[in-house]
Design a protein around this ligand. Structure first.
Ligand code: PLP
Length: 432
């Protein structure tokens, strides 16, 4: 088919508009991160290939990829394909990540996602039948499945707690839930349901005082909030690069406090877990696993994804962690205020004290203000049809709409969301 004719047809036009720059030559392909103009948010937004008609307010599910990350991945795959040189494991990423987290490089390891980290942790802590693990009623399945499985297989007792309507209330609920059988408190730093930030430093201090192990599911904070693992004082933490850090999909990390590395049972081992082995010896020999959390990064790994994570950290540093946190929170508070203008028609689920604020908000349309039968799910579908991507939270019967505000979002996108809400739920005489 003639190329011009093809492009004029619907299919051709659709394909042309969806061809990623990476297919051809990526925009900014050779631009070093330090050369990106970050003088204002409009310029920063230019570093994102996302199409301008997509209003992506669901970073809590997946971060969108900026060019520096896309280019790093692409370049690394290309290098392998052209030169037949595959990357060897070194500790560059662990080192860079550890600096960001305020811990030592030996205390962090790379995983493919948060669920994997939580699994290594939950299966590694010595627990026996009847021991209690406290989790919340707001868990993501990736944060709680391993504990639930330990309950099914080993008789560990899972106690669930609600989330309070302030940092103080959250802590109080946990205090009251602790019993003499409690061995682990395993809660999200930021639950996936509403995005309310939990008072993790206070929770971990409480756990330590009581001789209880603290485990944090940190799927969300990295790239949104600044934090230091030593200041938080947790024993274990599992995070990822693919949400707020805007790294490659399928990349995560885990932290184990140094003193606990050897006390944590490790079952999955391979290359990178041990230094030496000899199956020709009699009996066959294998070293004990190395005393670093990178012992969990067993087997072949995706070098291009590691390059993407390194670029994501560099990009994050270039834009500025402090500036990012301020922007994320500012957009979120703009969202809250806009929703509060409709206070009689909606219910905001997040606490409103300063400590509990982050980059996400969960709310419900008050059923008395709409004729829709499933208004929360219905609105998320309606918004999507109108170019606004949100997350419907149906898990654990939370039944809410979750909005994420990352720094690449604009106030005008929040205005659009409010406009759609009015059209969908309460503008009289509206036809959908
Ligand atoms: C709080 C929380 N924990 C765990 C997960 C699972 O993360 P992953 O897909 O990286 O395993 C998610 C994913 O959304 C989450 O929000």
């Amino acid at each position: 088919m003639d190329r011009k004719i093809f492009l004029k047809t619907g299919l051709g036009a659709a394909l042309a508009s969806s061809i990623s720059p990476v297919w051809g030559k990526s925009k900014h392909q050779n631009t070093p991160i330090s050369d990106y103009d970050i003088s204002d948010w409009g310029k920063i937004r230019k570093a994102f290939p996302i199409k301008s008609n997509i209003n992506f307010l669901n970073n809590g599910t997946m971060g969108i990829t900026p060019y520096p990350v896309l280019n790093a991945i692409n370049e690394s795959f290309t290098q392998i394909a052209e030169n037949a040189r595959y990357p060897h494991h070194n500790n560059d990423l662990e080192t860079k990540l550890a600096t960001l987290l305020g811990c030592s490089a030996d205390e962090v390891g790379i995983t493919k996602n948060v669920s994997e980290g939580i699994n290594h942790i939950a299966w590694g802590i010595p627990l026996k039948k009847g021991d209690e693990v406290i989790i919340t009623q707001h868990e993501h399945i990736g944060g709680c499945a391993a504990w639930m499985r330990r309950s099914q297989l080993d008789g560990v007792k899972i106690k669930t707690i609600p989330i309070g309507n302030s940092a103080e209330a959250c802590l109080d609920i946990i205090k009251r839930a602790i019993s003499s059988k409690t061995k682990v408190i395993a809660v999200p730093h930021i639950p996936c349901t509403t995005g309310q930030v939990l008072p993790v430093r206070e929770i971990c201090t409480l756990a330590r005082e009581k001789g209880i192990i603290s485990v944090l599911d940190g799927a969300h904070p990295l790239g949104m909030l600044q934090f230091n693992l030593k200041e938080i004082g947790c024993d274990y933490y599992a995070g990822c690069f693919h949400k707020w850090m805007l790294g490659p999909i399928g990349t995560g990390w885990m932290y184990i406090r140094k003193e606990l590395i050897e006390k944590t049972r490790i079952t999955h081992v391979a290359a990178y877990s041990v230094n030496a082995f000899d199956m020709s010896a009699e009996p066959p020999q294998m070293d004990l696993p190395i005393s670093k959390v990178s012992r969990y990064a067993y087997g072949t790994f995706s070098g291009p994804h590691i390059q993407g994570c390194l670029a994501a950290i560099d990009w994050y540093q270039h834009v500025g962690p402090d500036r990012i946190e301020k922007r994320v929170k500012e957009l979120n508070s703009y969202l809250r205020k806009s929703l509060e203008n409709e206070a009689d028609k909606i219910e905001i689920l997040n606490a409103n004290d300063i400590q509990s604020q982050g980059g996400q908000l969960g709310f419900r349309i008050n059923p008395t203000h709409t004729t829709e039968i499933n208004p929360q799910q219905g609105f998320v579908n309606f918004a999507r049809k109108n170019g606004v991507i949100l997350r419907y939270v149906g898990e654990n019967k939370v039944d809410c709409i979750r909005v994420s505000t990352h720094y690449y979002n604009y106030k005008s996108q929040i205005d659009l969301l409010i406009d759609l809400l009015q059209q969908y739920a309460w503008k009289s005489g509206n036809k959908r």
